[in-house]
Design a protein around this ligand. Structure first.
Ligand SMILES: Nc1ncnc2c1ncn2[C@@H]1O[C@H](COP(=O)(O)OP(=O)(O)O)[C@@H](O)[C@H]1O
Ligand SMILES: [Mg+2]
Length: 355
């Protein structure tokens, strides 16, 4: 099977490409900066160095905030023919902390109390009723750089004046006192394959390694594990890192990271994270290709039988696309869903709003 990794060429991405070579027949390293999407003709195209991108069985696309829209477009165009571990929309959701928190809310992922504000007036109203210290964040910050701590109403108020100059919405979030600790979990499929506790440097509240945080290997408890997996699923990510605050109320999820660095976590945990990801990519690609075959067989077989595990988005079950195709259900169909332990039955009654 043929695979490609799209990236900015970081050390982590090179580790991943090397690990993938042990599982796939060929692995191409694609430089994200040389990709283009061409739209407007009958057939949209993804171009690499000016020529159509070859076909791959699996494409793992990584990149920073700057490339979010490009990666979303590429994924939207290629996800039908290649297994891609990040859904198209997840590139814009995961690079925006506001959209991420919204997904967490929709899927009951535990998170700190968070306000989204756009004007200085509304922000100042909120800090009048919040406890201090309080956290303020830019939606697209990384490495702890867009995260600010205000100790008092005066400092929060001056930060708000500076933030509104950027003319973009921002977040005001309750400060969770964890003594400067957080958990970084690497989620691969339905597993947390590696986790570390990060401890912020002295005089610092942000636990990011880039802000001087120190890592320590941990085994996460069941609640944290579930929160990490639900966070990843709610944003449409088969592979990502999830940052979690271990609070007295239980784990509270801060964000998902679509292209996590692997050096820190690999060194701290001694787990070959790149290989865990590569072998998962290989297994999922095989599964993906199997489902495609079933799609073809579907034309002949009146009844679909799919063997495998269910895909969860948070607490909800997402049925495979073949089910949509086989049942021919439409969005405005009126259905009866009967669910009992171990069984679901969905039967069409007719069209909704029929006169
Ligand atoms: N609400 C909060 N309460 C306490 N600490 C926080 C909070 N939000 C962020 N932090 C600290 O700041 C760090 C960076 O925040 P995060 O939301 O993960 O943004 P980034 O994308 O910059 O990593 C976290 O790892 C954590 O140590
Ligand atoms: Mg973070």
């Amino acid at each position: 099977m043929k695979a490609a990794i799209i990236s900015l060429g970081s050390i982590s991405s090179r580790w991943l490409a090397d690990a993938m070579k042990k599982h796939f027949d060929t692995v191409d390293a694609i430089d994200i900066a040389e990709l283009e999407v061409s739209l407007g003709e009958k057939q949209a195209q993804v171009l690499y160095q000016g020529k159509p991108l070859p076909k791959y069985d699996c494409i793992y696309a990584r990149g920073s905030y700057r490339y979010a829209v490009l990666l979303r477009s590429i994924t939207a165009l290629l996800q039908k023919e290649s297994y891609m571990p990040l859904r198209a929309a997840s590139y814009t959701i995961g690079h925006d902390k506001i959209l991420t928190h919204l997904k967490f809310q929709e899927n009951n992922v535990p998170q700190p109390k968070t306000y989204l504000v756009t004007t200085s007036e509304s922000a100042k109203k909120i800090i009048k009723k919040t406890k201090f210290p309080v956290i303020m964040k830019l939606p697209a910050g990384t490495h702890g750089k867009g995260v600010m701590l205000a100790e008092s109403e005066e400092s929060a108020s001056s930060m708000i004046d500076a933030l509104v100059l950027l003319k973009q919405p921002f977040l005001i979030q309750e400060y969770i006192d964890t003594d400067g600790k957080d958990y970084r979990c690497i989620v691969v499929g339905d597993q947390v394959v590696a986790a570390m506790k990060r401890i912020a440097a002295k005089g610092e509240k942000r636990a990011n390694i880039h802000s001087g945080g120190q890592g320590q290997k941990i085994e996460v408890d069941e609640k944290t594990r579930r929160a990490a997996i639900m966070a990843a699923r709610s944003c449409g990510l088969d592979i990502c890192a999830v940052d979690i605050l271990p609070s007295l109320k239980g784990p509270l999820v801060l964000e998902v990271n679509l292209s996590p660095g692997l050096q820190g976590i690999t060194k701290v945990t001694n787990i070959n994270v790149a290989d865990k990801i590569a072998s998962y990519l290989h297994a999922q690609t095989q599964r993906f290709k199997g489902i495609h075959k079933e799609q073809l067989l579907k034309e002949l077989a009146p009844e679909q039988e799919i063997h495998g595990t269910l895909d969860y988005r948070g607490n909800r079950i997402l049925l495979p696309e073949v089910v949509t195709m086989a049942t021919k259900f439409k969005e405005d169909d009126e259905l009866v869903i009967k669910a009992t332990k171990g069984k679901i039955e969905i039967v069409k009654l007719g069209k909704k709003n029929k006169e």
